[in-house]
Design a protein around this ligand. Structure first.
Ligand SMILES: [Zn+2]
Ligand SMILES: [Zn+2]
Ligand SMILES: [Zn+2]
Ligand SMILES: [Zn+2]
Length: 396
């Protein structure tokens, strides 16, 4: 039987103080969560929970854990304040789940949102986050606490993401929600037959982009030098040399790091490693598990096709010499249609919304798509996917 993973996203804003539930909405929410966590972990010790809280700020209290005590300890130290940043909380929840999916992927974790639905403080539209969740097959289940004069946004979040919605208006109905959720969600998860997680397009969507030497933060570089040694941290952990065995170029050109464990490899060595593995669904998706930490990685598009490999070999010259540039184009998800639907941004790793403005890499062998704001974060306008400098048309 597959394990269930539930990420609890809990409202800790001031309105949860309200005493329409005795002694307060919040106390009852804590009781319901503890009941749920106890039951689910009793049923199967390989089930796990994560916890995110939100008020003016959002906080990841626990990453996925099988320990009841860890979750309970976090719950016991919570305090209420401010208003609720619901959109931001869902954004972080989706990120935590994507990170989990990259580590292990046999089930897609669910989000259980517990709130009274006063989403007054959100700069990020919660509905937009629900649509993003829906595209990733992440279900948002909701325990809605108490009557509200606002639009029933919580119900809409669950509807959009095909999650379950429970309304309660007192202690007893909330407990009942927890009980029936525990029964239905577990049977639901274990009977889930559609194996979306092996779908190549899905894998490509959630896989992490590799880091280039210049993408490393100062801290990451420092840590790498400590662990692997100053002389070795740019040596490929597959072929054990600095020079790329295919292009004969330096590590700066075709060397990349795993964003999770920071192991170094040449893109060609990693692609070769991918070919030697026998997981056909990974191969078809152009993704590979890191040989060291098993994190799901995206093989750069320039090495997924022989033609692209050739282009890279002929264009790459040692650092310092003149490099070829390509234009970049402003476009939108709406204009690109299906192309945008099945891509993700190499900077934030998120997929695109219909309303997003997009910058497209003009290298015909690459065509990477970036969110307009993410594109601004590229160092020296170098495309993260193909490594060529991009000139944005409006900058001329
Ligand atoms: Zn190598
Ligand atoms: Zn790794
Ligand atoms: Zn982005
Ligand atoms: Zn590119």
């Amino acid at each position: 039987m597959a394990s269930s993973q539930i990420l609890i996203t809990l409202d800790t804003s001031r309105s949860m103080f309200r005493s329409d539930y005795k002694p307060s909405r919040f106390n009852n929410a804590l009781d319901a969560i503890k009941l749920l966590v106890s039951k689910v972990l009793e049923k199967d010790a390989t089930n796990s929970f994560a916890l995110i809280t939100f008020n003016d700020s959002i906080k990841k209290m626990n990453d996925f854990t099988r320990s009841k005590d860890e979750i309970f300890n976090s719950l016991d130290e919570l305090t209420l304040k401010g208003s609720s940043s619901l959109g931001e909380a869902l954004g972080l929840s989706i990120k935590v789940i994507i990170n989990e999916l990259r580590k292990i992927s046999d089930q897609i974790p669910r989000i259980l949102l517990i709130s009274d639905g006063n989403a007054t403080q959100s700069a990020i539209d919660p509905l937009k986050m629900a649509k993003l969740a829906a595209q990733l097959n992440i279900k948002i289940d909701t325990f809605r606490l108490g009557e509200s004069s606002h639009l029933n946004i919580l119900k809409r979040l669950s509807d959009i993401s095909k999650g379950k919605y429970y309304f309660s208006n007192d202690k007893e109905t909330l407990k009942n929600s927890a009980r029936s959720y525990y029964k239905s969600s577990l049977s639901d998860l274990t009977s889930q037959k559609d194996n979306v997680i092996k779908n190549p397009q899905y894998l490509r969507k959630i896989a992490a982009s590799l880091l280039r030497v210049q993408d490393l933060t100062k801290d990451q570089e420092q840590r790498l030098k400590q662990i692997r040694g100053v002389a070795n941290y740019k040596k490929c952990s597959i072929c054990f040399s600095e020079k790329d065995p295919v292009t004969k170029g330096s590590f700066y050109l075709t060397g990349r790091f795993c964003p999770n464990c920071n192991s170094p490899f040449h893109v060609h060595c990693l692609a070769g490693w991918a070919d030697s593995q026998n997981e056909s669904h990974l191969k078809r998706s152009g993704t590979v598990r890191c040989p060291h930490c098993y994190y799901l990685l995206k093989i750069p598009s320039e090495v997924t096709k022989a033609k692209r490999l050739k282009a890279l070999t002929t264009h790459n010259r040692p650092r310092g010499e003149e490099k070829k540039e390509f234009p970049a184009y402003q476009t939108s998800a709406e204009e690109l249609g299906i192309e945008a639907t099945y891509s993700s941004c190499p900077v934030c790793n998120m997929i695109f919304e219909k309303t997003d403005e997009i910058i497209k890499c003009g290298n015909p062998d690459c065509g990477a798509l970036y969110h307009k704001n993410c594109f601004k974060e590229l160092k020296g306008n170098i495309c993260r996917s193909c490594g060529f400098k991009l000139i944005l048309d409006s900058e001329e």
